[in-house]
Structure formats: C-alpha cells, structure tokens
Design a protein around this ligand. Sequence first.
Ligand code: EPU
Length: 306
Amino acid sequence: MRVGGRAELLLEPATPAELVAAVQAVREAGLTWRVLGGGANLIVGDGVLEGAVISTERLRRAWRFHPERDGDPFEPAPVAEHFPEREPGAPAWLGAWAGESMLGLVRRTKELGWSGLEGLAGVPGHVGGGVAMNAGGSWGELWDAVERVQVLAADGSVAVLRREDCAPSYRHGNLGEGIVLAALFRFTQAPKREVAERVREHLEHKRRVQPLTEPSAGCIFVNPDPEASGGRSAGRLIDEAGLKGLARGDAEISALHGNFVVNRGRARAADVLGLIDEVRARVAERFGVELVREVKVWTNGPDRPA
Ligand code: EPU
C-alpha cells in the first residue's frame, strides 16, 4: 500500500535453490529475517526495517506439467513439449515458483482454457504468499487448485507436501514454518470462452465493490465468525459503524468498501496502523465484535497481535 521504509538488507534469490541458500545464510548470520512475496497483504513500518528481507520477486516462473510425460514436477522442462491435447473435462497441470504472480497465473489459465482459479481473478500477490495464506475470496481460494507444494522446512530440508498432508482453511495454508518454494496446480480443461467469462464476471464485480485502483493492502480484517457478528462481514460492520471516510493523515477507510484502508498519497505506516487500531476499537465498542487482522505487519520490535 506504498507505506513504510526500507529493508536493512535485501536478498533477491533467482531460483528456489538460491532461496534455500539465502535462508541458510541469514540464519547462520543470526539475523532477523522475513520472506517477502508480492507485498499485497503487508504493511511495513516507517524507517529502516532491521535485518534481512528475502524477496521472491525474481522467482517468477511457471511451466506446464504432465504426470505421464514428465518426471519431477518441480524440475521445470521446456514448455513446448508439455502442452496436453485440448480435451474439455481432462485434467491439466501448471507448476509455478513462489514469485510467479497470482494475476499472471489466472491470466495464463484463462488463455489456456483451464478452469480452477477463476475465483482468484483480481487477487494480487505472489504464489508463495498466496499458498501460505490461502488467498482468495467468496468465489474460491488458491488451495482449490493446489495439488502439491514444495517447501523449505524449518529444519532446512526441502519437502514436497501433498494436498492431503495439509489442512488449508480460510486464509491459512497451515504450512507451519514451511516456506513455499514452488507449487503444482491442477486444473480442468474447459471451453476457453467459459473460463474467460467467469474471470470477467468476477473482475467486474470486484471493480464495482473494491477500491482496486487505489493503493491498499486488500481486506484489512478477516471476516468474523458469523454467529458473533450476526452474519455481517468485517466490511459491513465497519460500514454500519459509520467509519467509511475516517482518516489519519493520508490513510483513509475506503468510501467504497469498509474493510479497505487506502493511501490517498503520502500516508505513513503509523497513520495506517493507528487507523486500523481505531477501527477495531470502535467496532468492538459498537458491536462487541473483536476484528482480527488479515494483513501482515512488519515493524521493528515485538510482533503486533493480529
Ligand atoms: N458490505 C457492506 N459495506 C461495505 C462492504 C461490504 O455492507 O463497506 C457488505 C456487502 O454488501 C456484502 C457483504 O458485506 O453483503 C460482504 O462484502 P463483499 O461481498 O465485498 O465480500 P467481503 O466478505 O467483504 C471477501 C474477501 C475479499 C474478496 C471478496 C470477494 C475477506 C475478509 N474478504 O470480501 O478478500 O475479494 O470476498 O471474493 O474474506 C482480501 O482478502 O484482501 C480480500 C479483499
């Protein structure tokens, strides 16, 4: 959302093996370290962020895979050999490194006529972060299409987790401390027109109800348990509390959707975080619902509670 300072150290691995080596290096150096995906769901504090940030920006690669023709799905081979025959209803696979963008993934599968991720249309960020947090919305989640994930485990080993090994839930990939290196997605071939039409419908709806053209970190809070909130989403609670338009500096609660803070120009992270705390307090006071943050916050010092 275009706030926050810079990283003391920035590492930009260009392959999964380099990402593994980068993590090993920062661990050995005893640094505080974090892995940055697309930054779409993140607020970085003002000033210099101590320690190292390992970015997945250069890990942008996607490839087609076929289980009968190819060996290891995480050893991408030349794309041209891997185009399955068009056959509506048949499965099709795409592998992607952690830094591939989710927008790019949706665009590719739309062009190929592969169905499975139309519900992710318009969701920004990288595959790594998306898998880790099970990005998505009311029309689908990234894990709907995940078949396997290659992760760097906390003990430094590289493991492949199958869908059955993981228990993804609403906004959680449940990978523990595992860092996503790559993922294998499974799709169903469909008439291209149908896939494109669903992508278009979802995008159109999003454009109507979300401030997509302004810098933001997406939805700030996860939707509360419907029993506690009387079935009202976080955005609706904020809206009904009359908080749309509430501002601190250039940080403002979007007039379009209550669960978005937008940066009107020169907002500071402190403005955004202060506004989030105020919204949380006012919704709790008004409705007795404790909103829980969805966006990540990186600042020096102890982690802020979600
Ligand atoms: N609503 C209001 N006022 C508002 C905003 C919403 O009354 O200011 C009402 C809407 O009219 C609707 C209900 O609240 O009846 C739910 O709103 P919406 O359909 O916009 O969905 P949402 O639950 O707010 C979720 C995801 C979004 C995702 C959309 C669409 C969460 C926290 N949010 O939003 O995800 O894009 O569905 O799939 O789960 C994100 O995670 O960053 C994000 C934007």
